[in-house]
Write a protein that binds this ligand. Structure first.
Ligand SMILES: [Zn+2]
Length: 315
């Protein structure tokens, strides 16, 4: 157990992911990849900027954790985006994470629509379908010039965990187990996620996923059974270091922790980009968009940064 990891994950100000692997046997390559995300600090800062009703905040928190877990499985540099659209009280849900650990999130909702949804209590999953209605959840991997990949799944399960699991089962055909827990407790948010994925062994044709050997099949089922013993209260207990949690759950499978990956609350908007947008407008457009005080106001939905210009300088 690395002391640095232990102290980082114990200090309340750190958030991040502990990746780990479970091998298929001595000297054999890894059969399962695991991610334990402890996101209390990041989620607390992000949600602190917005005034979402608690049950909605819980869904946003779960989304941030899920996006962070999935982003950490990308093998190239890029941006991972989780986006959901619906026709319920929440219209848009967005969380994106860069490979170097910058996380941001935002939710667009109708303040006037009644929310007839209960948050289910400590750590219980947020009722995604109730909050978002009919819609879809999309995962996008953007690797810049190297390309962009998107997968979409309809919101046809109660929780974001179940919607995501359907996606992995039906579209990616990757055995996946996922647990998300978030809660607002004593004035702050806590959010934890655990993801297990069978590492696909590809055949000669790289689209062919080979069937698992009996040993791998056994290991996968054992790992899932062990994971199902995890309590949500245990996930949200910030006095339990992440390594201890992984060790407690998977020591009989000799899970190997990898270096801790810190995550931080950081938006990708910039005043330079805002300036460029304003600079591209004609004087007429600026006057049209200006408020009654002749000011042009631009703000970032994610981090609430605001920029203000005179629509007509020296007017
Ligand atoms: Zn921003």
């Amino acid at each position: 157990m690395a002391d640095k990891n232990l102290s980082e994950s114990l200090s309340g100000n750190s958030a991040g992911i502990l990746p780990f692997v479970i091998d298929a046997g001595p000297g054999r390559k890894a059969a399962i990849r695991g991610r334990l995300a402890k996101m209390d600090h990041v989620v607390n800062t992000i949600l602190g900027r917005h005034n979402y009703p608690q049950v909605m905040g819980k869904l946003a928190a779960e989304s941030v954790v899920l996006a962070s877990c999935l982003a950490s499985t990308m093998s190239y540099d890029g941006i991972f985006t989780l986006q959901a659209k619906g026709d319920g009280a929440i219209k848009t849900l967005l969380a994106d994470v860069t490979t170097d650990g910058a996380v941001r999130a935002y939710m667009g909702y109708d303040e006037h629509q009644d929310i007839d949804a209960d948050d289910g209590g400590m750590g219980a999953p947020a009722p995604m379908m109730q909050l978002m209605g009919t819609g879809h959840l999309a995962f996008t991997v953007d690797q810049g010039k190297k390309g962009r990949y998107q997968g979409i799944v309809p919101i046809e399960a109660q929780s974001i965990t179940d919607v995501a699991l359907r996606y992995f089962r039906d579209s990616e055909q990757i055995d996946t187990a996922l647990m998300l827990a978030a809660d607002y407790h004593d004035g702050s948010w806590r959010a934890t996620g655990l993801l297990l994925q069978r590492i696909p062994e590809t055949g000669g044709n790289h689209d062919d996923v080979l069937p698992m050997s009996d040993t791998e099949e056994d290991i996968w089922h054992t790992a899932c059974t062990l994971m199902s013993t995890l309590e949500r209260t245990e996930m949200l207990d910030h006095t339990i270091p992440v390594e201890t949690l992984v060790h407690r759950l998977f020591h009989e499978l000799s899970a190997r922790p990898l270096p801790w990956r810190p995550l931080r609350d950081q938006c990708r908007c910039s005043s330079t980009r805002a300036e460029q947008i304003i600079a591209s407008l004609t004087d007429e457009e600026k006057i049209d968009l200006a408020d009654e005080n002749n000011k042009l106001v631009m703000s970032c939905e994610f981090c609430k940064s605001e920029w203000v210009w005179d629509a007509v300088p020296n007017a």
